[in-house]
Design a protein around this ligand. Sequence first.
Ligand SMILES: *Cc1c(COP(=O)(O)O)cnc(C)c1O
Length: 361
Amino acid sequence: MLPFTIEPTTSPTPADARDAALVDPGFGKLFTDHMVVVRYDEAKGGWYDAKVTARAPIPMDPASSVLHYAQEIFEGMKAYKLSDGSTALFRPDANARRFNESATRMAMPHVPKDLFVESVEQLVRIDSQWFPKVEGGALYLRPFMFASEVFLGVRPAKQYLFITIASPVGAYFKGGIAPVTIWVSQHYTRAAPGGTGAAKCGGNYAASLVAQAEATAQGCDQVVFLDAAEHKWVEELGGMNLFFVFDDGSIITPPLTGTILPGITRSSIIDLARAQGMTVSEQPYSIDQWQADAESGRLRETFACGTAAVVTPVGTVKSPQGSFTIGGNQSGPVTASLRSALVSIQRGDAADPHGWVHRIG
Ligand SMILES: *Cc1c(COP(=O)(O)O)cnc(C)c1O
């Protein structure tokens, strides 16, 4: 693997200022002292110059191609302090694999898995003093890659930067694990067949923001997208996958047909639910059925999941046609039990039969 040059910052955040900031870190607004930068140049034969360095602005030419054609992908993952004091990542191999699937879709080069995981580990090691001490706290890691070639022609770029930054985080939603209210987007879709819905690219988020703003204006926490072709099937939230829990103990989650982001939390929840004896089917679920089942009581719970917020109950669904609640707008027992099963493994408090916890030595 590429050797890493380690250049610790010459002006680290003073310990007292850092510890004060870590008391209430919020989400994504506080950053550690370092970053990892790796460069790619087709003419140099690929990846070169891997560096752990002081976190700083990136000088950028105004013709850098990402600023024009948006060749950019990212990952979101967390490092946790385990109860025994050690540090671990959760399924980093899965993030590396998905990153490269996103890269393929966006005509970008792959980052070798070892280089991806080592970049993240290097950053967690050098910024190990940045774990928040708060309940549910973690070090959120954001590996990303973008086209840095200075060129306005339309074709895949020949130069890229792969950077990882870290942000100490508390709980994602301010209300803790209180149920969220979601808005059904009428005018906007997130992803279409053949598009980039399964890739974790910034462009998908750009396209979702107007719908999220509409949800916020309607007093909702999040937006839920329906499929682009029929405007009927429930897909996912702007950044979280959905699960539906029924009175017979069965669970449905929408299938990965290319328009839904294959969440690592989603995949872990499917495994955990099956291990608890529940039947999980990946099958389409319509917005009308969702409302009918919520109203009849056949649907007991709905929850959303993703790395940032882990597992969040959905209590109310609003649209211009009206609104409905699920399970009396309360968080339900299956949501709580799956959340706790997952969090216990992530925090090293439960056995890890799947080998998901990746300790950093
Ligand atoms: C990242 C993301 C998710 C959740 O994926 P996790 O791997 O569970 O964090 C879900 N939907 C979208 C659109 C995403 O970008």
